[in-house]
Write a protein that binds this ligand. Structure first.
Ligand SMILES: [Zn+2]
Length: 128
């Protein structure tokens, strides 16, 4: 195998998808979050990969960033969350999440000032 066989495998494809979406390999069905050129499981090209909405996940860890870039909220509450096989880091709506909490994406927020696009943030799921 030469480099020319897979010239762009390490670069993201830069598709602009909502924060609550994961990619799905159209060959093996594997799911992943951060955009890729190829399926991390089977290597199939990801250009045509569909996206699916992430439903309910479980918080693995949380952190709060107090010092942020000028166009990002401060404090910035973040959570590492596992949605089945997909694990990601995303903005939480507030600082009240704890490991083990069930969460979903909700709302419409501008993640960076100056961006037109809005995305949902993580909120706790009320299990009652
Ligand atoms: Zn695959």
């Amino acid at each position: 195998m030469t480099d020319s066989d897979h010239p762009v495998t390490d670069r993201p494809a830069d598709r602009d998808v909502p924060a609550d979406r994961a990619f799905v390999c159209d060959d093996c069905g594997h799911r992943w979050y951060y955009d890729r050129r190829r399926c991390p499981a089977c290597g199939h090209g990801a250009e045509s990969a569909a996206t699916v909405r992430l439903e309910t996940g479980a918080v693995v860890a949380t952190t709060t960033v107090e010092t942020t870039p000028p166009d990002v909220r401060a404090p910035n509450h973040l959570a590492l969350v596992r949605f089945d096989e997909v694990q990601l880091i995303a903005q939480a709506a507030d600082g009240d999440l704890s490991p083990g909490d069930r969460v979903r994406f909700d709302g419409s927020h501008r993640l960076r000032e100056g961006r037109d696009r809005t995305d949902p943030r993580l909120v706790a799921v009320d299990d009652s």
